[in-house]
Design a protein around this ligand. Structure first.
Ligand SMILES: C[S@@+](CC[C@H](N)C(=O)[O-])C[C@H]1O[C@@H](n2cnc3c(N)ncnc32)[C@H](O)[C@@H]1O
Length: 299
């Protein structure tokens, strides 16, 4: 394989990507040319909010071709176009053959939640001390255990589940915004019963069904309407803005004496979350990691 790498301003990304596509590029990828420098700017807004800007100031485009001649011809053709003004070819180079599957897998090692509770990809042997584990491979849905918000929820689940004094520590459980289903599966592994796992994204629901099967766990996955009645445990790892909107709904799902567990909240958002939930529940910070907080409330 041969790769063209080029640099272009924000307003040329789409035109160049389309042109590379038309020139039979096998793939075209776009990255922030200023990533990891002081000029790097975030592109993602919270759900429901516009992104802070439409694109990066300068993008690095990489296009893959099967043959060197094709790549060089494409580079020459692009340079002859008017729209290429202000853009620059950085190089045409051979891409060394690699075992891409192995390379991708190597990025996902087992994740320790507690010394006895682990998330383990299927291509890894479980660690000897893992008494409870979730088998999970990275897929389309969020939730592999590598993000602090997921880990904090799982730690909270493990603390309840490992609490020997309670017979049924988690009880009926709702995972609202289930992604891969990791929290619902983790709850099942710690004694939760009659578990509902819901998400607005169909792909997440499908992923939850498959991951639950792979972990021999029984749960009901579906769209948010699937959640019904009251739950002893309500888990929601979404983001601050939707969590604020969902405050009355999520609190209404919590049974008297039950627990509400919220994640996806940055440290600086603590007060706004407390204020949004104040009419229904008194949120407290229960854990922190890498600038994120876990907030919980008893009803
Ligand atoms: C950050 S992921 C969390 C996934 C998983 N629960 C975890 O802890 O790793 C958030 C999930 O919430 C879903 N989501 C976002 N807004 C939602 C809403 N209003 N109702 C239900 N699900 C929502 C997203 O589709 C996504 O799968």
């Amino acid at each position: 394989m041969f790769e063209i790498t080029l640099l272009c301003p924000q307003d040329r990304v789409e035109t160049l990507s389309d042109a590379l596509d038309a020139l039979d590029a096998l793939s075209v990828s776009v990255e922030d040319a200023d990533a990891q420098t002081d000029a790097e700017r975030a592109l993602f807004g919270e759900p429901g909010m516009p992104p802070p800007q439409d694109g990066w100031q300068r993008s690095r485009i990489q296009a893959l071709f099967a043959e060197e001649a094709q790549a060089r011809e494409a580079a020459a053709l692009l340079q002859a176009q008017d729209f290429f003004n202000g853009c620059r070819i950085l190089g045409v180079a051979a891409v060394p053959d690699q075992d891409w599957v192995r390379l991708t897998q190597a990025q996902f090692a087992p994740v320790e939640i507690t010394p006895s509770f682990w998330i383990v990809p299927t291509w890894h042997e479980p660690p000897a001390q893992a008494e409870r584990l979730i088998r999970l491979d990275p897929g389309l849905a969020f939730g592999t255990g590598t993000h602090p918000t997921t880990r904090m929820c799982l730690r909270w689940i493990a603390r309840q589940g490992e609490n020997a004094s309670a017979a049924d520590p988690l009880g009926r459980t709702l995972d609202y915004g289930c992604g891969s289903g990791i929290l619902a599966i983790g709850a099942a592994k710690h004694g939760a019963v009659d578990i509902d796992a819901v998400d607005i994204d169909d792909a997440a629901v499908q992923s939850t069904v498959l991951n639950a099967e792979a972990n021999h766990v029984q749960l009901n996955a579906g769209l948010p309407e699937r959640a019904q009645g009251r739950y002893q445990t309500v888990l929601a790892n979404i983001l601050a803005t939707p969590l604020k909107v969902l405050a009355p709904l999520l609190c209404a799902y919590v049974a008297p004496g039950g627990s509400l567990v919220l994640a996806g909240i940055l440290e600086r958002q603590e007060d706004e979350l407390k204020a949004a939930y104040a009419p229904y529940a008194a949120l407290q910070v229960a854990d922190r990691e890498d600038g994120w907080i876990l907030m919980t409330a008893q009803r």
